[in-house]
Design a protein around this ligand. Structure first.
Ligand SMILES: Cc1cc2nc3c(=O)[nH]c(=O)nc-3n(C[C@H](O)[C@H](O)[C@H](O)COP(=O)(O)OP(=O)(O)OC[C@H]3O[C@@H](n4cnc5c(N)ncnc54)[C@H](O)[C@@H]3O)c2cc1C
Length: 499
């Protein structure tokens, strides 16, 4: 069996997209009657959604990305050994992700993302008493039928014991009754400001079993943090957006393609079609600021591009490197950004000796690994056990995240944990190959104590606008949060004050 690992930056980037040279990059306003472009830095979800919105509105826009391929943290890369395009980490989306779904619609990616009619989750757990040593339990809510139908679904679920299932229903009802935090920046005014997920669950009277089967898979996926640190208010907002209008909003979907072809390549094509310019492998070294206003950017190659509006859609450490400290006389308005913390996510791709059919994703109970994915099965029904047969050579993937999790362990430990878990959770399969990828800064600013330090799109610098999943969206660092921030940044850029 072969095993291999990649850390961030080591893995080959997707080469599927040509590194198209943009004519007139040093004079990019030439195609728009001399109007200087809005420069967007970073082709992740935030930057791409901002750039597309501006291009669609007829504004000249230049998107600059440091990497050779787009997508940021939601990217994929070619695995030379298998010839497959693999995600830097498999992603799950929620039906109640309106901005993300609007953006995917605009770039023509909607058909590759299929949602279940309602929340439909399969759990897998090692159980010596079960046949084959593995138990699968399915929690499948009906799309219609209201509270009585949902209660029936909970009663039918053979996961935790009955008392725990009823307690989950009570806890969920209370969260929905409390409603989402009143303000976009949760820590500012709300009654339960600063509450951790653990404190929230204590307040809701949720016991160990309720947490293990329901709250932890949900909050882990949403916040990528242990319950003792994650923001209860962020979780509450997501729960209210997901479950508030009915159970359909909480249904999950995984893309049917790898992330690059699924959204990032399509987004760049859409931006170009709308008249925007895109430059890959173009790292920005500095945002030029003079007299309290943006003047343009300097690329790492030394070239300068003039602009009066710049949208910086990069994570906090990259942003701090872009801002010239001298422009603020030593008193940077962003000195608190250092308080925002990141958390890692690790994925172990496992090539098995024969096909492993099943749903596109399963929650793992009482394991160091939190999810099992079947990449490529996302376009098919979760209940369809033939999904893994669509591509017999496709790997399955274990995923885990969080600062105190296996994802932060030494790589040798991650690999051996993957082999050990495969032996227990997939006991009928031989392991042909393991490939571990890890993003150390997968998510940002989801902690209870960090919400007050997330910043708005608008800044004290004329023409400088911020975007990214870590900005003050009121949501956790997710693709939905990133796209909302991108839309807002584009709106601010079209404001006559230019942000
Ligand atoms: C393994 C993993 C699994 C995840 N799972 C989920 C999930 O299931 N659901 C979900 O909603 N979210 C998930 N996320 C989080 C999600 O991917 C992020 O919230 C989202 O992609 C962030 O987008 P962004 O545009 O804010 O930032 P980024 O994606 O980080 O984009 C920033 C871009 O800026 C570029 N850049 C940086 N510096 C410069 C510079 N100087 N010049 C030019 N360009 C620069 C970077 O190369 C990058 O492309 C996951 C993340 C990871 C890593």
């Amino acid at each position: 069996m072969e095993s291999l690992s990649f850390e961030r930056g080591e893995a080959p980037r997707s080469s599927s997209l040509p590194d198209r040279k943009v004519s007139g990059i040093l004079n990019p306003g030439s195609s728009h009657g001399g109007e200087a472009p809005v420069i967007v830095i970073g082709a992740g979800f935030a930057g791409a959604s901002a750039a597309l919105t501006l291009a669609d509105a007829g504004r000249p826009v230049l998107l600059l990305e440091a990497a050779k391929a787009p997508g940021g943290r939601a990217r994929s890369f070619p695995d030379p050994r298998s010839g497959r395009e693999l995600d830097w980490g498999p992603h799950l989306f929620m039906k109640a992700n309106p901005a993300l779904r609007e953006f995917l619609g605009r770039i023509g990616a909607s058909a590759s993302l299929r949602f279940e009619p309602s929340l439909d989750l399969t759990y897998r757990l090692a159980d010596g008493a079960a046949r084959g040593g593995v138990r699968n339990e399915r929690l499948s809510f009906p799309a219609r039928g209201g509270a009585p139908a949902s209660l029936l679904a909970l009663l039918r679920w053979r996961g935790p014991r009955l008392a725990a299932r009823l307690s989950i229903a009570r806890g969920l009802r209370r969260v929905l009754k409390e409603g989402p935090p009143a303000v976009e920046s949760p820590a500012a005014e709300s009654k339960n400001a600063g509450e951790t997920v653990e404190q929230m669950l204590d307040r809701l009277g949720q016991g160990a079993s309720e947490r293990e089967w329901f709250w932890e898979p949900f909050s882990g996926a949403v916040l990528n943090m242990p319950a003792g640190e994650g923001s209860g208010e962020l979780l509450r907002r997501v729960m209210c957006e997901a479950f508030g209008p009915g159970l359909a909003g909480a249904s999950l979907g995984a893309p049917a393609e790898a992330l690059g072809p699924f959204w990032a390549d399509r987004a760049l094509d859409a931006i170009r079609r709308a008249g925007g310019e895109v430059k890959m492998a173009a790292p920005v070294r500095r945002i030029r600021i003079e007299g309290g206003a943006v003047r343009g950017v300097t690329l790492s190659g030394g070239e300068s591009i003039e602009a009066s509006v710049v949208i910086a859609a990069v994570p906090p450490p990259a942003l701090l490197r872009l801002l010239p400290a001298e422009a603020f006389g030593g008193k940077s308005p962003w000195r608190d950004l250092g308080r925002l913390r990141s958390a890692s996510i690790a994925t172990a791709y496992l090539w098995l000796d024969h096909p492993c059919p099943g749903p596109a994703y399963e929650a793992l109970v009482a394991e160091r690994w939190e999810w099992l994915f079947r990449p490529g099965a996302g376009g098919l029904k979760a209940g369809d056990l033939r999904t893994g047969e669509k591509e017999p050579d496709a790997p399955v993937a274990f995923l885990c995240g969080g600062a105190d999790s296996l994802a932060s362990a030494p790589r040798s430990e991650i690999e051996s944990a993957a082999r050990e878990a495969a032996g227990r959770l997939l006991p009928d399969f031989g392991l042909r190959r393991v490939l571990v990828v890890r993003e150390r800064a997968a998510t940002w600013a989801n902690g209870a104590g960090e919400q007050a330090h997330r910043t708005a799109a608008e800044t004290p610098v004329d023409g400088l606008i911020l975007a990214g999943d870590w900005t003050a969206t009121g949501l956790p660092a997710t693709c939905e949060g990133a796209v909302r921030s991108g839309f807002r940044a584009a709106e601010a850029a079209q404001d006559p004050k230019g942000g």
